[in-house]
Design a protein around this ligand. Structure first.
Ligand code: ADP
Length: 490
């Protein structure tokens, strides 16, 4: 199958969250199964072209945009360690600046930047003579690919067999744009925008809604989230659109790339280990504590370490953590190591806690890939108290590293972590339900009761490591969905 991936993030070139991980890992798994994959991504100013061997080609694509034509240089690279082509769009107007989305509110012209990307991917495919069987668009950034496929390319001989699949990684970001600008940039008649039209939500252009309604099939990143977004406020106002496509909406659980996330082959951690050598996790724990600045004398006291690697936003549950953490650290119950960046108020809150309890709370800010691996390997527990969680990848990394996850039972967290049952010795972690500091506090108490308590501790860690969350399973499921999309191509 010829798969054209249109995305705003791909690891390791440009990453903000799990979208990048998936857009980087799925193509590898597809290619290993014999599919032809082309990935298209903007050449952001922050991408290190030299490091990744990204070079300019002599292709300059004409991109129809509104009633005019714009141009983008096409640069070429490969996904590291593979021959899978990644084509980067270089445009000094749109991408040649620091950052992917811009801080806080985002760049003012994000509508234009991502609508341009959505349109350009078709013209790059044509210039490459790559006839896609499926265009796979991710999140609101490239959602406009779905209506464009139907409106501009449906009768185009080159795209005669192309189906559109739209994957939702997070309903919280929908691409809400000024309708006049967005319709014009997309090349759609202004008259197609009206109350109740497929582009309109609450009076403005909604890229996510158009993606949902025009796609041949829609997927989201876990089966539970697929239900939640249809029937609960997690649909963030688009429940109606999602219900109308209910039969075409499929939850495909994310998976993890064992090439990058395996404790036996991880170049960032102090010592490799697997389920039969879990003792070595203690060495990784010491290495982590040293890395984050815990003194040697302090380290002699064995306290559980709870790790977190996360964007610091309301979604990730920082406020319920703040509501209950102090009594634990003040009473010497565990150490908390957080790596996170995001909203200033949460960064300040955590830094303040670290300032007051330096032996118990360590906070890393900024983006730090090696430290994120060390936290997975060196922590005893991994905490994810999310308010909502489409899938979540870091709890899956934790499972693979034998780090017991403590999660709120929502979205993909409910699909990937099973409560440990001390009677049957089954389960992989600790779950809680209500979004309150109290519920989290109880879950942490349960965790502390189980810490190093045999035989439960060994069972829990081994069960976690035995769980298969491989990207290979995920990638095959997508191919099945692509097949359905082709059948459904209207
Ligand atoms: P989301 O996509 O909602 O941010 P996920 O759990 O799906 O959450 O994916 C987050 C990804 O980003 C993981 O690969 C995680 O390790 C990584 N990550 C998040 N914050 C940081 C950080 N500060 N430094 C390094 N990696 C980070």
């Amino acid at each position: 199958m010829n798969i054209l991936v249109a995305t705003a993030e791909v690891t390791p070139f440009a990453k903000v969250g799990g979208l990048a991980d998936m857009a980087g890992a799925l193509p590898k798994a597809w290619a290993e199964d014999g599919h032809n994959v082309v990935v298209i991504l903007p050449l952001y100013g922050t991408i290190d072209t030299e490091k990744f061997g990204i070079v300019k080609t002599d292709m300059l694509v004409d991109v129809p945009f509104g009633t005019w034509t714009e141009y983008a240089e096409v640069w070429h690279g490969t996904l590291p360690g593979t021959t899978i082509p990644v084509y980067f769009l270089r445009s000094s107007d749109y991408y040649d600046r620091p950052g992917i989305y811009g801080y806080h509110e985002g760049f003012e012209d994000n509508d234009r930047r991502f609508i341009f990307l959505s349109r350009a991917i078709f013209e790059v495919a044509r210039a490459l003579d790559f006839r896609p069987d499926v265009v796979h668009a991710h999140d609101y950034h490239t959602a406009p690919c779905m209506p464009m496929l139907k409106v501009h390319y449906h009768n185009d001989e080159f795209f005669r067999h192309t189906a559109g699949v739209f994957t939702i990684h997070n309903m919280a970001y929908q691409g809400m744009y000024d309708p006049q600008r967005a319709m014009e940039f997309c090349g759609f008649p202004a008259s197609e925008f009206y109350t109740g039209s497929w582009y309109e939500q609450d009076g403005i252009f909604n890229a996510m809604k158009a993606g949902i309604l025009f796609a041949d099939k829609i997927t989201t990143v876990s089966p539970t989230y697929a239900q939640e977004i249809r029937w609960t406020p997690e649909g963030m106002g688009l429940q109606g659109a999602l219900q109308s496509r209910g039969a075409d909406l499929i939850g495909v659980l994310n998976g993890i790339d064992a090439g990058t996330w395996s404790p036996l082959h991880d170049e960032h951690i102090a010592v490799p280990y697997d389920a039969s050598s879990l003792k070595k996790k203690d060495i990784n724990k010491k290495a982590l504590l040293k890395e984050v600045g815990i003194s040697a004398s302090e380290m002699k006291r064995d306290l559980p370490v709870v790790g977190m690697v996360t964007r610091l936003t309301e979604q990730k549950g920082v406020s319920i953590l703040a509501a209950c953490i102090e009594s634990f650290v003040a009473n010497d119950r565990f150490r908390l190591v957080i790596l996170g960046s995001g909203e200033a108020k949460y960064e300040d809150l955590l830094k303040n806690l670290a300032y007051r309890y330096p032996d118990h709370v360590r906070v890393g800010t900024g983006y730090n890939e090696p430290l994120s691996h060390m936290i997975q390997a060196g922590s005893d527990f991994y905490l994810m108290p999310s308010k909502f969680e489409p899938c979540g990848l870091t709890q899956m990394f934790a499972l693979a590293y034998g780090t017991v996850p403590i999660v709120r039972s929502v979205g993909g967290l409910a699909d990937t972590v099973q409560d440990y049952d001390p009677i049957t010795f089954t389960g992989t972690g600790i779950r809680f339900h209500r979004y309150t500091g109290e519920a989290l506090q109880q879950a942490l108490e349960t965790a502390l009761r189980l810490y190093k308590r045999e035989p439960h501790w060994s069972h829990m860690r081994r069960n976690a490591m035995a769980q298969d969350n491989s990207i290979v399973t995920t990638a095959r499921r997508y191919v099945e969905v692509f097949g359905w999309a082709q059948e459904a191509r209207r």
